[in-house]
Design a protein around this ligand. Sequence first.
Ligand SMILES: Nc1nc2c(ncn2[C@@H]2O[C@H](COP(=O)(O)OP(=O)(O)O)[C@@H](O)[C@H]2O)c(=O)[nH]1
Ligand SMILES: Nc1ncnc2c1ncn2[C@@H]1O[C@H](COP(=O)(O)OP(=O)(O)O)[C@@H](O)[C@H]1O
Length: 226
Amino acid sequence: MSKLFRAVIMGPPGSGKGTISERIAQSFGLQHLSSGDFLRENIAANTEAGVLAKTYIEKRLLVPDHVMTRLLLPRLEEMTRHSWILDGFPRTLAQAEALSRACELDVVISLNIPLETLKERLRHRWIHPASGRVYNLCFNPPRMQGVDDISGEPLIQHEDDRPEALVARLRHYKDVAKPVIDLYKAKNILHTFSDTDTDRIWPHISSLLNTKIRTDQSSAQRASTN
Ligand SMILES: Nc1nc2c(ncn2[C@@H]2O[C@H](COP(=O)(O)OP(=O)(O)O)[C@@H](O)[C@H]2O)c(=O)[nH]1
Ligand SMILES: Nc1ncnc2c1ncn2[C@@H]1O[C@H](COP(=O)(O)OP(=O)(O)O)[C@@H](O)[C@H]1O
């Protein structure tokens, strides 16, 4: 049996975590787990944690660590037979430490995108709030302007995707993410990618994963034949 592969993708809002995770899921067969999507599912299903999380998300605050770990870790435990890429978790050092106790990561991808690029992308980001589907008027526009492709419902823009709010959000992201990045750097599993375009970053991520996943699988095979 091939070895399971565990990856995390980190980066500020608008850095392309969702977009790149989807490509990884399609190209490498990893399950894409997004903390934001998972929270939205819990909110829609009115679970206890969902109701609690909603109060924070509405105020544009991070959901407390104990709520996040109580939600996410059991979900990961259900995935013991799958390879996955985790997007949006961990966001804080406490979450990263809880994740380390639950499983061993193979790779952490960190996206380092210039501020001006993030501002520009988020200015053009439109979302379908019920599903979390994300569009960009330049990069992946909806088929009909202002309307979700699947449901036909209207798209909205987040107040905090406005350039003025973004600078504060990014500063907050950096403060909270720094110790997490340092932790993964110290573990030697951090890979940082810097560019303005997802399409230019993608070939590097793809070749990294090709190397890691192939190497791991062939050493697992060697171990099983010895
Ligand atoms: N113009 C442009 N937009 C991009 C690129 N990559 C992603 N996007 C868009 O930028 C926005 C943020 O990307 P997303 O994957 O949601 O980022 P996340 O917040 O890190 O998950 C979305 O509207 C994407 O469609 C890119 O290379 N160029
Ligand atoms: N790991 C996490 N820790 C705390 N809060 C989280 C986490 N992941 C998601 N959230 C909450 O859910 C919201 C939506 O998450 P997400 O879809 O990743 O959007 P964004 O990248 O724009 O913050 C966040 O703004 C935050 O309130």
